[in-house]
Design a protein around this ligand. Structure first.
Ligand code: HEC
Ligand code: HEC
Ligand code: HEC
Ligand code: HEC
Ligand code: HEC
Length: 299
């Protein structure tokens, strides 16, 4: 039958198109349609809060949203304002609007977001964002992190192109919010190039130990200290210590930010004392205990 055949050909054509799109290079995405994007903006409640020409609205004016920007940069902005929008919609008993990848592409075109405006990612900073933004409080990543969300190392298909990532992160909000409230996890905000760097790192497939580690550094020494302590990231990571083993606990990712490291604190099992207790095993060895003073203090 002609009609059925016509339909089947269309289906084949659509399947070929999907295959062709899947084969596009990582950064490429089909160009969105700004006119359709305007409809998405109206249909997903955005226009209720973001109004043009100085009309009062709950959010910044439309003109402030529609400006030349990077696509991942916009993803970061959308992520940031999710809690405000989530709260407002919940109060009005409105469901979180689902946005498909195609709709997100159109929305990006309407808001003048272009992936070519995003800078090249800094993988090292992306790795810091993954730990620093608290993603690993819920998600696994290789050998580290939590189990409340999927392992982020296994989700590489969702990381490109930008509209896919933006749609993924958009859909993530209500699912994450429920877990975040239960667990008391703060919703992290992204600024500057942080989202570009995070996605760049996740997409690269690199593991934490494969990007540049901070060089060894001396720990500020108290007057009474028996000798200089030098901390080595490289030696700890080589022994199998993951970033989150230290940085999701009490060690900050900025030198000096964790407060004074006193033996009293270490003996309570915090900071270095979390492992150097003569009991903790890592990389097949029992980590040397605090009474081996010259293991840490050198002169
Ligand atoms: C309930 C009101 C509300 C709705 C609905 C809403 N927004 Fe917002 N939006 C805000 C508020 C408030 C802010 C600023 C506060 C913040 O960023 O947390 C904001 C900020 C933004 C920003 C960041 C602006 C900047 O300069 O960084 C973007 C982009 C944005 N919204 C896009 C959207 C899109 C797209 C939609 C629809 C899918 C939407 N908003 C729906 C209230 C809303
Ligand atoms: C409070 C817990 C929590 C935090 C924090 C969190 N997530 Fe999630 N995430 C979840 C849950 C829950 C899911 C959904 C699992 C499901 O779909 O059943 C999820 C799903 C995802 C997915 C897969 C979505 C999909 O549809 O494939 C990605 C990607 C993701 N999260 C990235 C991140 C990133 C990046 C961060 C940090 C900026 C982050 N998450 C922080 C809880 C969290
Ligand atoms: C065994 C514990 C430990 C592990 C594992 C660890 N760090 Fe650190 N890191 C530290 C300590 C201690 C500091 C300094 C904190 C302070 O002075 O308050 C630090 C500081 C940093 C800094 C700031 C360095 C500077 O010069 O300002 C960065 C960046 C950092 N870590 C990244 C990482 C990354 C990435 C990983 C995983 C690959 C990692 N760390 C794993 C203990 C650790
Ligand atoms: C996540 C667990 C963990 C934490 C936290 C930790 N270490 Fe270690 N550390 C290890 C392991 C594992 C080794 C290697 C096994 C061994 O030598 O006993 C090691 C070895 C060392 C060594 C010998 C290797 C070298 O670098 O010369 C020093 C010194 C050291 N740690 C200092 C520190 C200091 C200082 C801190 C706190 C800032 C700290 N460690 C925190 C696990 C940890
Ligand atoms: C796992 C590493 C580690 C071991 C082992 C260790 N220390 Fe320390 N200690 C530190 C760090 C880090 C500091 C802070 C930097 C400094 O003051 O040198 C510190 C500081 C000190 C201080 C000055 C601050 C305070 O708490 O009074 C004294 C005194 C001290 N250590 C004595 C000792 C003695 C004695 C031993 C052995 C019984 C020992 N330490 C074993 C890591 C270690």
């Amino acid at each position: 039958m002609r009609h059925a055949r016509f339909t089947r050909d269309r289906v084949t054509a659509a399947a070929l198109l999907v295959a062709a799109l899947a084969a596009l290079p990582v950064a490429a995405q089909p160009p969105g349609d700004a006119a359709r994007g305007r409809e998405v903006f109206a249909g997903k409640h955005c226009a209720r809060c973001h109004r043009p020409g100085g009309q009062p609205g709950a959010g910044p004016a439309l003109e402030q949203l529609r400006r030349p920007q990077g696509a991942y940069a916009l993803t970061g902005r959308l992520w940031n304002h999710a809690p405000a929008m989530f709260t407002a919609l919940t109060q009005e008993r409105l469901a979180w609007p689902a946005i498909s990848v195609a709709e997100m592409g159109d929305l990006m075109a309407y808001l003048d977001a272009d992936p070519r405006r995003d800078p090249a990612p800094d993988l090292g900073k992306g790795q810091l964002a993954l730990v620093g933004k608290g993603c690993l409080k819920c998600h696994g990543f290789r050998r580290e992190g939590g189990r409340l969300g999927p392992d982020l190392a296994e989700r590489r298909a969702s990381y490109a192109p930008p509209a896919t990532w933006a749609a993924t992160m958009w859909g993530h909000t209500p699912r994450m919010a429920a877990v975040a409230i239960q667990r008391g996890v703060l919703y992290p905000r992204f600024s500057g190039d942080e989202m570009v760097n995070l996605i760049g790192f996740l997409k690269s497939g690199a593991g934490p130990a494969e990007v540049t580690l901070p060089p060894d550094f001396p720990i500020t020494r108290a007057a009474s200290s028996p000798g200089q302590v030098t901390f080595s990231h490289a030696k700890h990571v080589a022994k199998g210590a993951t970033c989150s083993a230290c940085h999701m606990r009490d060690v900050k990712m900025t030198r000096g930010a964790s407060g004074p490291m006193t033996m009293a604190a270490l003996e309570k099992g915090t900071l270095c004392g979390a492992c150097h207790d003569g009991k903790t095993t890592l990389g097949g060895t029992v980590v040397f205990p605090l009474d081996r003073c010259d293991g840490c203090h050198k002169d």
